[in-house]
Design a protein around this ligand. Structure first.
Ligand SMILES: NC(=O)c1ccc[n+]([C@@H]2O[C@H](COP(=O)([O-])OP(=O)(O)OC[C@H]3O[C@@H](n4cnc5c(N)ncnc54)[C@H](O)[C@@H]3O)[C@@H](O)[C@H]2O)c1
Length: 382
């Protein structure tokens, strides 16, 4: 595992360059950064970069995603990691509070967990920080007035939108389909629910590997976009009746339900790539009277056998297929390197006092987007 963490770190070329610079410039000298983000190889590279910049780090992970090997790796390198892998919300809550007990000067948040708790028990000296996700932005936006300090939302950078959500999610969902099912895409009828940044990437990647892709969208403007991008946007139920593969990536609940079971044809593969495992109503499907029994098809794939003899294959229990199942790798290292370069530069700007106090829960400043884009283009050119 250490080899994989080292491989990821050495492939994060932007973070490596920033680390080298930070060793000299020391933007975080004397400051503590509290983090509440997935502890896995890519975030380890980010945390190591911040430590190179002189920060004392106090880190904990998110629910369900902490990798013990990464925790061990960081602890071996002097990072204060609170807790370990857990799916227990009470234990996780305790770990988050323990991070705040150190009264960090900067917060790197994922989902708003640390900032929301900070507001319950504020302390002097917090300079501000970053929030990685959409869900964190949604949670923290109504708290702007109470926060009253710079909080920059990485998700809302155009770079994160196209590099990660569109290109990387699209590619890793395709990779996960291939790895889990070992089936082809050519000539397969693929139905993608949702045409946001992620759905656009998923639809494009399956089309690029010669799938026949239909997009189902509730928003007529997005549906028009999918249509003009050359995707079939015809009737939902008709598309489900002929689908070989169905992928949900909407962020919404119950996109595919037990009511859809009669529509699905024999041998269809069902996958979710949206954040929560609620897009395919798995409990209702498993408990439906039409489902006679459920068997394990192969690792990461269950088969629902219907009474009329159809086999419906469900990937990774309806959890994000590119982050669950056998050997999940998640999004490409390069896409995360770009997002984490934004993280490092945003935290640096706040530490240096270069972000105004009224930049509360706002997108990454344009100058930082431009600097990160230019740095990546330079690496590509040389
Ligand atoms: N798997 C990953 O690695 C990964 C990475 C980033 C984001 N995500 C998740 O993927 C999901 C989508 O992200 P996004 O950035 O594309 O979001 P988005 O909000 O840009 O797009 C979602 C789209 O789904 C559409 N939609 C909503 N309900 C629908 C329904 N019932 N049927 C059809 N379309 C529907 C919306 O109109 C919208 O256009 C989110 O849950 C996000 O957290 C996953």
């Amino acid at each position: 595992m250490t080899a994989r963490i080292e491989w990821v770190a050495s492939s994060c070329r932007l973070l490596s360059a920033i680390s080298t610079e930070f060793e000299t410039t020391q933007p975080f000298a004397g400051l503590t950064i509290g983090t509440g983000i997935h502890l896995e190889p890519k975030t380890a590279a980010l945390i190591a970069t911040l430590a190179k910049g002189g920060a004392a780090i106090v880190a904990t992970g998110n629910l369900n995603t902490t990798q013990q090997e990464t925790v061990d790796y960081l602890r071996d390198r002097g990072i204060d990691v609170i807790g370990g892998p857990t799916s227990d919300p009470v234990e996780h809550d305790r770990d988050l509070w323990q991070v705040l007990d150190d009264r960090p000067d900067l917060i790197l948040d994922n989902g708003g967990d640390l900032f929301a708790r900070f507001l319950e028990r504020p302390y002097e000296g917090l300079l501000g920080g970053t929030e990685e996700t959409t869900s964190g932005r949604t949670r923290l936006a109504p708290l702007r007035e109470k926060l009253g300090m710079p909080v920059l939302v990485i998700n809302d950078s155009p770079i994160k939108q196209f590099a990660e959500n569109r290109h990387a999610v699209g590619q890793s969902v395709l990779e996960s389909y291939l790895r889990i099912t070992n089936r082809s895409t050519q000539g397969k009828r693929v139905v993608v629910f949702g045409y946001g940044a992620c759905g656009q990437g998923v639809a494009a990647n399956f089309r690029n590997t010669f799938g026949l892709v239909t997009v189902i969208e509730t928003d007529p403007v997005k549906r028009l976009e999918a249509c003009l991008d050359g995707f079939d946007v015809s009737d939902r139920d008709a598309a489900l009746r002929r689908a070989d593969v169905v992928i949900t990536v909407t962020g919404a609940r119950s996109v595919l339900t037990a009511d859809d079971l009669p529509l699905l044809r024999d041998d269809v593969v069902l996958m979710n790539a949206g954040h929560f495992p609620l897009e395919i109503d798995v409990p209702a499907m498993l408990g439906h009277t039409d489902v006679e029994r459920v068997t394990d098809a192969t690792e990461g794939l269950q088969t629902l056998h219907t009474r009329d003899g159809r086999r419906l294959h469900l990937a990774t229990g309806g959890h994000m297929a590119n982050l669950a199942g056998p050997r999940p790798l998640g999004n490409s290292i390069e896409s995360m390197d770009l997002g984490f370069a934004l993280q490092a530069r945003c935290l640096e700007a706040i530490a240096r006092g270069r972000v105004s106090a009224d930049a509360i829960v706002v997108p990454v400043p344009r100058l930082i987007d431009e600097a990160v884009a230019s740095a990546y283009l330079e690496l590509v050119a040389n």
